[in-house]
Design a protein around this ligand. Structure first.
Ligand code: B12
Length: 329
């Protein structure tokens, strides 16, 4: 995305969030200003289908296109139970409305219909495609030119390859010795905020979202006068590698932009994990996360700006995660 545009959007979001927090005692966005965590539209390949009653009285689903091909007006079976008894007619209209409502609320594969006892071909192929995208996201690589473009240098966790990364999460939580030296050599010590990126479980998430999230977060921190350290990239890292980084650089806050485990709805979703003074022995409850950052979830540019305001809050309360919630209350 155009850098100037990112700056403008970030500025607008930060101003909006600041205006909201200055009119409140607690620095939290109001419901109105809160970033929408759920898309109002169905995400992915959800197809709205017509509902009609089956001869057994059970509800079955057919696609609108298929419906046109059938001469439904001549076939009007009396709804029956599984034992053949006549059943009262289900309220089709309200069932249909309800199903349409449910579909709008979730990208999950609900009401996708069936062909006999099996999934329909289209549903099955879509599933195979989404599954393949998930596998590709885990095993894929982040393009080197993206890191160069953002001026990020690269370090490694203690993991040797992707197979080991999957089997040994503990090794992904530690930096290799060479990486530790490189970080010490190249990074600013004791910054207020240390940003780190990692492919984690989805290289695609980094490829699709890192640039927008990072540039807008950088802009947001600048607007809030919060100092940033030297951002770098950890290949095959896990969230808790931030503890090693915290020990080495002693930042106040670490923000880790990392690829999420891909699901069958999105394979390119990014998370931002944050922690106040992460060090060896930090407990999971002191970390926090903004997940679901991608074009069908929280838009990356908005997420970057939003993260800036959360970091501001972490610094104000000198706490993150459950400790932050406790201090705020
Ligand atoms: C896998 C997973 C888990 C696993 C993590 C096990 C593991 N070692 O990997 C388990 C089942 C333990 C888990 C537990 C929880 N999870 Co969880 N989890 C996920 C999932 C599906 C993928 C996370 C991922 O890919 N991380 C990236 C990889 C590279 O990280 P990692 O280093 O391998 O693993 C670390 C993170 O996964 C992290 N983590 C996992 N969940 C959570 C939740 C929070 C709040 C935090 C701070 C950290 C965290 O803990 C792992 C160990 O350090 C996400 C969904 C998503 N779309 O992201 C939900 C998700 C992150 N989890 C969520 C929640 C709510 C929780 C729990 C609070 C549930 C509960 N009530 O107990 C706990 C908290 C655990 C914690 N660490 O504090 C929510 C967070 C919502 C939010 N925005 O705050 C998500 C987004 C699911 C959702 N849509 O609701 N989780």
């Amino acid at each position: 995305m155009n850098e100037e545009l990112i700056q403008q959007i970030t500025k607008m979001v930060v101003e909006k969030l600041e205006a909201a927090s200055s009119s409140q005692t607690v620095q939290q966005p109001t419901n109105k200003q809160k970033v929408e965590l759920f898309s109002k539209q169905p995400i992915g390949h959800v197809e709205v289908e017509k509902v009609k009653s089956s001869p057994s009285g059970a509800v079955t689903f057919h696609s609108t296109t298929e419906e046109l091909k059938r001469n439904v007006s001549t076939v009007k079976p009396t709804p029956k139970t599984a034992y053949g008894k006549t059943k009262s007619k289900p309220k089709i209209d309200s069932e249909e409305d309800k199903l349409a409502e449910y579909r709008k609320k979730t990208p999950a594969r609900i009401g996708v219909g069936r062909a006999g006892s099996r999934p329909r071909t289209k549903t099955w192929l879509q599933f195979r495609l989404d599954h393949a995208a998930a596998v590709d996201a885990v095993y894929g690589e982040v393009p080197d030119n993206l890191l160069e473009q953002l001026g990020l240098f690269q370090v490694q966790s203690r993991v040797a390859d992707k197979e080991e990364y999957i089997r040994r999460p503990d090794l992904g939580r530690k930096l290799s010795d060479e990486s530790k030296s490189l970080i010490q050599e190249r990074c600013k010590k004791s910054p207020v905020v240390q940003i780190v990126a990692s492919n984690g479980l989805s290289a695609k998430a980094i490829e699709e979202n890192l640039e927008d999230v990072y540039l807008s977060l950088e802009q947001s921190l600048n607007n809030l006068n919060i100092e940033m350290g030297t951002t770098f990239y950890v290949d095959k890292g896990r969230v808790a590698v931030m503890d090693d980084i915290g020990e080495l650089l002693q930042p106040d806050v670490v923000v880790m932009l990392i690829g999420e485990r891909p699901g069958l709805v999105s394979a390119e979703s990014l998370s931002a994990y944050m922690c106040y003074k992460p060090r060896h022995g930090t407990i999971e409850a002191d970390r926090m996360v903004i997940s679901n950052i991608h074009k069908g979830g929280i838009p990356p540019v908005e997420a970057g700006a939003f993260l800036g305001t959360i970091i501001q809050k972490i610094l104000k309360y000198e706490a993150s995660g459950v400790s932050l919630v406790q201090k705020e209350n």
